[in-house]
Write a protein that binds this ligand. Structure first.
Ligand SMILES: NC(=O)c1ccc[n+]([C@@H]2O[C@H](COP(=O)([O-])OP(=O)(O)OC[C@H]3O[C@@H](n4cnc5c(N)ncnc54)[C@H](OP(=O)(O)O)[C@@H]3O)[C@@H](O)[C@H]2O)c1
Length: 288
């Protein structure tokens, strides 16, 4: 278990050497208007990573808010000597595995929509479509990396073994799956660890469905934190990249104040024991 102090400045290294922020704001179920408000609040609070998707219909607003922030005089001072931006990471998944051409087009659409020139991490959002679609879709990600549209590639809701067995030219850097104490996904996490693939944890707050769980409340009291902070910290101590979502200013700031306490190994295991395979969104294990 980690004894690290975590903050919005914490970063984690992907196998390909790229660093990504270890806590990122999820943008699912946010309207464009909410994104235009939330992303600037988050940037001001110190967030440097955002998770959007084509199917969230808010990539353009996310890009717009990030661009505006980058153009502000304060941020201009923070640019590196190479003129690169100061470390904001945007990740964006395409809707699913379809075909090589559809994925290439889809990536170009997202890059254009966000207006940021490239996307740091691009994920295939779903494993549906069958083995051939999955493997040719992955080739499209590899070529988009070669062409500079995308810095790193990854998948979401994948079991991973099939893709790794195909011996991909470029390995996925990330698998984004639902993980929280009520759905610990041990098997997929172990497979990812075996291949050096980072787990991004979606639904890290269990979609607020278990905020009143007695163990969560007991441990939140013990560590003098909120249930949301406890769950974010659990995710970080497992080495994940949690993507907690909130469209409310006070929550998106408060949820990630997780540097002031550390969950003991024993209590992490207690939280692991809460697993009930709670699926808050969809189940990746049922793809053909
Ligand atoms: N790849 C995929 O298939 C996939 C699927 C699902 C999600 N994701 C990504 O992962 C991110 C996070 O997942 P998620 O949005 O499903 O779930 P989540 O982050 O676990 O929970 C979000 C929910 O919790 C509420 N909430 C936040 N802070 C709270 C607090 N302190 N107290 C009470 N309620 C609180 C939010 O409402 P308010 O906004 O009103 O605060 C929202 O309803 C998404 O936004 C998305 O970026 C990816």
């Amino acid at each position: 278990m980690s004894s690290s102090t975590f903050s919005l400045a914490s970063k984690v290294k992907l196998y390909n050497g790229h660093m990504i922020p270890q806590i990122q704001l999820g943008l699912y179920m946010m309207s464009g208007k909410e994104v235009l408000a939330s992303v600037p609040w988050a940037l001001a609070a110190g967030y440097r990573g955002f998770d959007s998707a084509q199917m969230y219909h808010n990539e353009a607003e996310a890009g717009q808010a990030i661009r505006k922030w980058l153009e502000s005089s304060e941020t201009r001072r923070a640019r590196t000597s190479r003129g690169r931006t100061s470390g904001i990471r945007r990740s964006s998944p395409v809707p699913g595995s379809t075909s090589y051409d559809a994925v290439r087009k889809s990536i170009k659409r997202s890059v254009k929509a966000c207006g940021l020139g490239y996307i740091d991490l691009f994920l295939l959002h779903s494993p549906y479509g069958g083995p051939e679609a999955r493997l040719t879709s992955w080739k499209a990600i590899e070529d988009a990396i070669d062409d500079g549209e995308v810095r790193s590639g990854g998948v979401s809701n994948y079991g991973i073994e099939e893709l790794m067995a195909s011996n991909p030219r470029i390995k996925p850097a990330v698998n984004q799956i639902e993980v929280h104490p009520f759905n610990t996904q041990t098997a997929i996490r172990e497979t990812c660890a075996k291949h050096g693939i980072l787990v991004e944890a979606y639904g890290p707050l269990a979609r607020a469905m278990r905020m009143k769980d007695p163990t969560i409340l007991e441990l939140a009291k013990k560590y003098a934190c909120t249930p949301a902070q406890l769950m974010v910290r659990w995710s970080l101590q497992h080495g994940h990249v949690p993507l907690p979502k909130s469209a409310r200013k006070e929550r998106l700031i408060d949820n990630v104040k997780v540097g002031g306490f550390e969950i003991s190994d024993e209590d992490v295991q207690r939280m692991d024991g809460l697993d009930e395979h709670l699926v808050t969104d969809w189940d990746p294990t049922d793809a053909d």
